[in-house]
Write a protein that binds this ligand. Structure first.
Ligand code: ADP
Ligand code: MG
Length: 291
């Protein structure tokens, strides 16, 4: 590839809304065989809203939402923002707040331990989830919702479910990636059922769900199969950064975190997965014309 052709390719990219870090990025892009995609904020808009609140038998829905909002008021997670926005109650004082990546949040409220997060977080603490809530969570996940159990002092008092909108162009983009001969795989920390729902909506080839934040990197390494398969990763979160830099081609959503953008070779300037397709097409055109 001549420097002139690569420069022309980069300029064309910026006109399309794709920021290309350096000439090597286009050379990498034309080799890619597998593309891994984060779910929340990449395939979906990352702007979640409240789906439902389900109290445990004998508990009160308003109290469940209030406790969830209290705990989540100290978190920046898209799930947390949706819960805080949905609650109109005044939040209570938090002590000893901690964020448990890939699980949820924990703190003391009125001196007693309280937590909001997934089933793994509840079981870590030895807090039993009533069957009614497990069932409600399974039902919500089948609709693509992310589910948060809420509890205090050893008792799980309810469930809050939130949903996100799928990028309207995601299905067309996945179809176009398949036409280009790429394999598509979702990599997400969210639960299996919600991940599968979204993957089916957009037609992805594979799903890796319940992936802990530190493990997205390992999934990319596995997909690379000992360096024999060139893999791209598309993501937006702090928890995607290591995977984005491990990938042969890291692609950040421009709406994403600074960490994701800094770790990537390309940045998509609009929340539109079709730009990832444009980037692969552009790289192929650029490298084919100059050989
Ligand atoms: P991803 O960005 O891939 O969707 P994360 O690693 O951020 O995943 O989160 C994975 C899962 O951990 C979430 O789907 C949720 O179940 C749980 N979780 C993480 N942070 C929070 C939080 N602040 N409140 C509740 N649950 C959370
Ligand atoms: Mg994300």
């Amino acid at each position: 590839a001549t420097p002139t052709a690569l420069l022309a390719g980069s300029l064309r990219g910026s006109q399309l809304g794709i920021l290309i870090r350096g000439p090597e990025a286009l050379e990498e892009a034309h080799r890619i065989q597998v593309i891994a995609l984060d779910k929340t904020g990449t395939i979906t808009a990352g702007q979640m809203s409240l789906d439902s609140v389900v109290p445990a038998p004998g508990a009160d829905a308003d109290e469940v939402l209030k406790l969830a909002a209290t705990l989540e008021s100290a978190s920046e997670h898209p799930i947390a923002r949706a819960i805080v926005k949905a609650s109109h109650a005044t939040t209570e004082q938090l002590e000893d707040f901690s964020n448990i990546p890939g699980r949820g949040v924990r703190a003391r409220v009125h001196g007693r331990p309280a937590a909001a997060g997934n089933a793994a977080l509840m079981s870590d603490q030895g807090w039993a989830i009533p069957d009614e809530l497990s069932q409600a969570a399974a039902d919500a996940a089948k609709r693509g919702a992310s589910t948060v159990f809420v509890g205090r002092a050893g008792t799980v008092t309810g469930l809050v479910a939130v949903t996100d909108k799928i990028d309207p162009n995601a299905a067309a983009a996945v179809g176009a990636l398949h036409e280009l001969g790429l394999r598509t795989v979702m990599v997400t920390g969210d639960n299996q059922a919600a991940a599968e729902y979204v993957a089916a909506q957009v037609g992805l080839d594979g799903v890796r769900a319940d992936v802990l934040p530190g493990d997205k990197f390992n999934v990319v390494t596995e997909l690379q199969a000992g360096g024999t398969v060139p893999v791209a990763m598309v993501g937006d979160g702090v928890n995607d950064a290591a995977a984005l830099s491990q990938a042969d081609l890291g692609i950040a959503m421009g709406s994403g975190t600074d960490a994701a953008i800094a770790a990537s070779d390309l940045t998509l300037m609009r929340h539109d997965l079709m730009l990832a397709v444009d980037a692969i097409r552009l790289s192929r055109r650029t490298l084919n014309t100059i050989r």
